[in-house]
Design a protein around this ligand. Sequence first.
Ligand code: GLY
Ligand code: MN
Ligand code: MN
Length: 440
Amino acid sequence: MKAINFAARRKKLMQWMGPNSIAILPAAEEKVRSHDVNFPFRQDNNFWYLTGFNEPEAVMVLIPGRKQAEFILFNREKDITQERWHGKRLGQDGAIELLGADDAFPIDDIDDILPGLMEGRERIYFALGANSEFDHKVMEWRSELMTSPAKRTGSPGELIDIGHHLHDMRLVKSAAEIQRIRHAAKVSAKAHIELMKACAPGKTEREMETELHYHFAKGQCRYPAYPSIVASGENANILHYIENADEMHDGDLLLVDAGGEFEHYASDISRTIPVNGQYTKEQAALYDVVLEAQLAAIEMVKPGNHWDHIHNKAVEVLTQGLVDLKILKGEPKDLVKRGVYREFYMHKTGHWLGLDVHDVGDYHLHGQPRVLEAGMVLTVEPALYIPQTMTRVNGHNIAKKWRGIGIRIEDDILVTSKGYDVLSKDVPKTRAEIERLMAG
Ligand code: GLY
Ligand code: MN
Ligand code: MN
């Protein structure tokens, strides 16, 4: 794996910040799961992006152009007893040696040191609103500076949100980042394939979830990038079904939306397979509509195009398919215009993918859709959902044979200079491929 160049990211950010400024970013906090047990720690993605440091109780400070030190880290001190109970700490020496900090101080000293670092800086960049307690702290440090006659320099320091620019940096991925997302997708693809092989009527959604997570972990994706969705039959019509508790029945579909996280980078893959290994006539007909929509939408991924091209193409193919199957009646163009498809397809066709599964980055810039560039990574995930309760749409009955079917097909797509590369292409997605695999 290529090393991630955290220093280059900091340098780029500092160039944008300009002189007379300071950036202050906190690490994530530990979150209580229950009583005295925490969730496994997950670092804040902005903090990780700039430091590669994976401990809580830390604050990163960047001061462009400051001679003594530009990159300063406040972090926990080494503590033999604490480390015996809870694991190793980098400490201040480690921060300098291993993270490339110019200077490092114990986090407990931050109230004494930080106001001095802010002195004379005209612009204070921080993640406004991300952590209200920390926002409050920054205000406190700033006001201390303004009220202390010894330190007052006459410049109050303008507070600016750093999120927007940082998110823009995160949107276009480096080769090292793409390698990690590709690995996450490859491991997750293998997990989806193993699930397909293991799937059978009478087994439970939970067993399938276990199969996925086992293969994620085996491929060094210890955690799923988001709670896995393993939804059979009618459960597939609940968009974020994560109970994954029911027995799977002969004749039903199984919608699996799951991806592992590798070195902080997410994958996000959906497949919809027949529990017994063979799609019924109705399932097959709807499946082919969703697949055609997905393939056509993926063809829209290339530099210069934007999300409207992708989403509109998916909606157009889905609507035409529903009309061809006589589920919808009317003129496809008119049905699209009136948004009738939203009864069956109520979400967008995808999202950015990166450190976050729904990654940061603007979808619009200055009122215009964001144009795709090489190095962006996104999902394409059209779907059709026909719950049992959907008996009439647009003034027409929905035949019983179509109800209880939910289908989503989702892949992870890298925008390349020529078009696209499907990072999750190892998971089969035509009906013939899936049925062949499931037949053993
Ligand atoms: N699994 C969440 C999504 O597909 O966006
Ligand atoms: Mn998904
Ligand atoms: Mn997704």
